[in-house]
Design a protein around this ligand. Structure first.
Ligand code: AKG
Ligand code: FE2
Length: 332
């Protein structure tokens, strides 16, 4: 299969085509970082974020400031959205290269060459014209999601301000690069529904809920439900000849799971690690119901220029960078 895959122009994509195998599992510690008393503890928090992100590329935030009621409401609305009839969801289709709208089993990862076993609805604010379900179809959805999008943006900017500190940029450097009032804004809230596996055939369990990948963005904030596990990570992009060793990331109550994406890895001259991850199928003896997750992707505005403090890579706009990644995942 590998031979028939396209060659990509970005090195990270060519690498990704080699990560589709089952691999082994190993325990690793995913650091928890407490954001409480942020203003007074910022330097210490920045050190902890830096340590986690240069080492494993994943961490879990506690005392992150997003109320559990708001997270629960976003999940409840998400379940209602995906429960709408397909004829309704089809009225709001994902536009090619836009990260906005609904898709069903349309994302093919370079690592697996097969579609993820999921449907998703993406919210990218400047691109939502004609993509919101009407109030009659789903009352309260738009208000809940706009508020949740903004809460995640604010948390993401807090974390990114710590990385700005460590990289020698101005404190609001990344906030300005992710300006939600600009038409160039392209951060995305994604609602994901992984399909239930009750009564599925044995061969259906051989695929992936989400094939191995790294995220395209600067930083991902991921909300998960307790009891709906499956996320696994593999740090360091260990591309040697051996099998990759994967670590389960349990969905703990009250935490927001975060990971560094390729855009921030490039922006930090490869100091911060964008870590490979995937969502495995449940085993037949595990919970087989649907799985919902809510990632928020902090993706710098299209016109932001990605240039690291040491200038390791040629400057590129966030638009050009992202388009190459999206094209590789949704190629028709
Ligand atoms: O659903 C999850 O737990 C992870 C999803 C993910 O990695 C992604 O959408 O990029
Ligand atoms: Fe991801």
């Amino acid at each position: 299969m590998t031979a028939s895959r396209p060659a990509y122009t970005l090195d990270e994509l060519n690498k990704e085509t080699t990560f589709g195998g089952l691999g082994t599992t190993v325990e690793r510690e995913v650091p928890q970082i407490d954001l409480g008393d942020f203003e007074n503890r910022k330097a210490e928090i920045a050190d902890q974020l830096w340590e986690a992100s240069t080492r494993i590329g994943f961490f879990q935030l506690v005392n992150h400031g997003i109320a559990q009621e708001q997270i629960d409401e976003a999940f409840a609305m998400t379940e209602r959205f995906f429960a709408l009839p397909a004829e309704v969801k089809e009225k709001y289709p994902l536009g090619r290269g836009t990260n906005a709208g609904w898709e069903y089993k349309a994302q093919v990862r370079p690592s697996t060459g097969t579609p993820d076993n999921k449907e998703s609805y993406q919210i990218t604010l400047p691109r939502m014209e004609k993509l919101w379900p009407s109030g009659e179809e789903l009352a309260g959805f738009r208000a809940a999601m706009l508020a949740f999008e903004r809460a995640n943006w604010a948390l993401g900017m807090k974390v990114l301000s710590c990385f700005a500190l460590k990289l020698g940029f101005a404190p609001d450097f990344f906030t300005e690069a992710h300006d939600p009032l600009s038409p160039e804004y392209q951060s995305t809230l994604r609602l994901i529904h992984y399909l239930p596996m009750e009564g599925a055939k044995p061969e259906d369990f051989t695929g992936w809920r989400a094939g191995a990948h790294t995220d395209f963005d600067c930083l991902t904030l991921l909300h998960q439900r307790t009891g709906q596990g499956g996320l696994q990570l593999c740090p360091g992009r260990e591309t040697g000849s051996g099998e990759l060793a994967w670590t389960d990331v349990p969905p703990l109550p009250g935490v927001v799971t975060c990971n560094i994406g390729d855009m921030l890895m490039r922006w930090s001259d490869d100091q911060l690690q964008s870590t490979l991850h995937r969502v495995r199928m449940p085993r037949p003896d595990e919970y087989l119901g649907p799985r919902y997750s809510l990632p928020f992707f902090c993706q710098a505005n299209k016109d932001a220029i990605i240039r690291g403090p040491m200038g390791k890579y040629a400057p590129i706009t966030a638009h050009d960078y992202l388009q190459q990644r999206i094209a590789a995942n949704f190629a028709k």
